[in-house]
Design a protein around this ligand. Structure first.
Ligand code: NAP
Length: 341
C-alpha cells in the first residue's frame, strides 16, 4: 500500500511557505500483529501545529525535519491484524497529513458513527470542544449573570466556549475578525453580542458590548485583543489562558511600549486569576463529563458547530495558512478521502 505524505522540509520563519513542506509518496510496511492499516478521511488543522514546526521551547517536542506533519485524523480501518479493530471501523487517530498509515490499534479510538458526523470527533466532540469545556468550567467558572468574553470566537474552541457559557447562565460576548463572523456568532451560535477586532472602533465596541465589565476572559489570541479586554476585567475575574495565536507566526517581539507592568498591576489590584492550561491535563477530571454533556448538547442542538472543509491533502498547507490568518469559519479540516458514514 502506498501513502502520500506531507513532510516538514524546513522550520518556517513567519508565515509557513510552500517550500517548508515536501510531498512524498512512499510504500507502507504490511501491518504486523496488533496493527491496522488506516485510510485517512479527515485531517485536522489546529493552531498548535505551528508550534510543532518550531524548535522554540514548548510543552511538546517539535517535529524533526523530514517528519510527516502530525495531527489528529479520522480514518477508516482498511486492514486489521488486531482483535480491537475490524475492517470498516471509523477511528480517531493521530496520523497527520498523509493518505494512509500503519499504526498500533491501541493508538486508535473508535468513533461512534451513529450520533454525529465522524468529523465532529476532531472538533466539537473532540479535542477543541474538550478544551473549551474543561478550560471554561475548571478555570473560568462562569456564574449566572456574569460576562464571559472569548476571542477566535467563530472557531471550534471559541464557539463552544460561548455556547457553554450561555448554558451555564452567563452572558457570552464573542470577538472575531470581520462582520460576517460576528453575524454568525449571534445568529448561529447565540452569543449575546459580537465585536469585530479588525474594526477601527473595536475598543469602543467592546466597551459597549460589556457594560458590566468582564468576569471571565477565555484567552485564545493575545495581541491587541488581550490589551483591550484586560482593561475591562472586573475584580476577581478569571482568565483561562488557552492560546496566543496572534503570536504564532511572530519573528520578533511586538513594537511599542512594554505593557506587561500595566497588566501585572491589574492582576494585583483586581485580584485576577490567570491560569494557563494544556487540555490533556484535564482528561482524567473532565473527560467523562465532557463526553456526556457535549454529546447531549450537540444531539439536542443546544451546542451548534460549523466546519470549514478543504478538499484534498494537496491543499493542506494553504488551508493551514488560512487558519493562522483567520480565513477559516469553524473547525478547519482537510477532507483527504471519502467518508463511508
Ligand atoms: P480557530 O479559532 O479555528 O482559528 C484560529 C482563529 O484565530 C482564526 O480563525 C482567527 O479568527 C483568530 N486569529 C488569528 N490571528 C488573530 C489575531 N492576531 N488576533 C485575533 N484573532 C486572531 O482555532 P481553534 O482550534 O479554535 O483554537 C483557538 C485557540 O485555542 C488557539 O490559540 C489554539 O492554539 C488554542 N488551543 C489551545 C489548546 C490548549 O490545550 N491550551 C487546545 C486547543 C486549542 P478571527 O478571524 O476571528 O480573527
Amino acid at each position: 500500500m502506498e501513502t502520500t505524505q506531507i513532510r516538514l522540509a524546513a522550520y518556517p520563519v513567519g508565515v509557513p511557505a510552500d517550500s517548508d513542506f515536501e510531498t512524498v509518496t512512499t510504500t507502507l510496511p504490511e501491518p504486523a500483529d496488533g496493527q491496522v492499516l488506516l485510510r485517512t478521511i479527515h485531517a485536522s488543522l489546529d493552531p498548535y501545529m505551528r508550534g510543532r514546526m518550531s524548535t522554540a521551547k514548548s510543552y511538546a517536542e517539535p517535529l524533526a525535519i523530514g517528519d510527516v506533519v502530525l495531527g489528529g485524523t479520522v480514518c477508516e480501518v482498511v486492514e486489521s491484524r488486531s482483535e480491537r479493530r475490524s475492517v470498516g471501523d471509523v477511528v480517531l487517530a493521530f496520523t497527520g497529513w498523509q493518505t494512509h498509515a500503519v499504526v498500533d490499534a491501541r493508538q486508535t479510538k473508535l468513533v461512534d458513527t451513529s450520533s454525529a458526523p465522524t468529523s465532529t470527533a476532531l472538533g466539537v466532540l473532540g479535542m477543541p470542544g474538550f478544551t473549551a469545556y474543561a478550560g471554561l468550567l475548571e478555570i473560568g467558572r462562569p456564574e449566572p449573570g456574569e460576562t464571559v468574553v472569548v476571542a477566535a470566537a467563530a472557531g471550534p474552541v471559541g464557539s463552544a466556549v460561548g455556547q457553554v457559557a450561555r448554558l451555564k447562565g452567563a452572558r457570552a460576548v464573542g470577538v472575531a475578525g470581520g462582520a460576517e463572523k460576528c453575524r454568525l456568532l449571534v445568529e448561529e451560535f447565540g452569543f449575546d453580542a459580537a465585536v469585530d477586532h479588525r474594526s477601527e472602533t473595536f475598543v469602543d465596541d467592546l466597551a459597549a458590548a460589556t457594560p458590566d465589565g468582564i468576569d471571565v476572559y477565555f484567552e485564545n489570541v493575545g495581541g491587541h485583543v488581550t490589551e483591550a479586554v484586560t482593561r475591562r476585567l472586573n475584580r476577581y475575574a478569571r482568565v483561562p489562558v488557552c492560546g496566543l495565536i496572534a503570536d504564532y507566526n511572530a519573528t520578533s517581539t511586538p513594537e511599542g511600549p512594554d505593557r506587561l507592568p500595566g497588566f501585572m498591576r491589574r492582576v494585583l489590584t483586581l485580584s485576577l486569576t490567570v491560569r494557563g492550561f494544556i487540555q490533556d491535563e484535564f482528561t482524567a477530571s473532565h473527560g467523562e463529563a465532557f463526553a456526556r454533556d457535549m454529546g447531549a448538547w450537540v444531539a439536542d442542538g443546544s451546542v451548534r458547530y460549523l466546519e470549514d472543509v478543504t478538499d484534498g491533502l494537496e491543499n493542506a498547507v494553504e488551508a493551514f495558512r488560512g487558519l493562522l490568518d483567520g480565513r477559516n469559519v469553524g473547525k478547519a479540516l482537510v477532507r483527504v478521502g471519502p467518508d463511508p458514514s
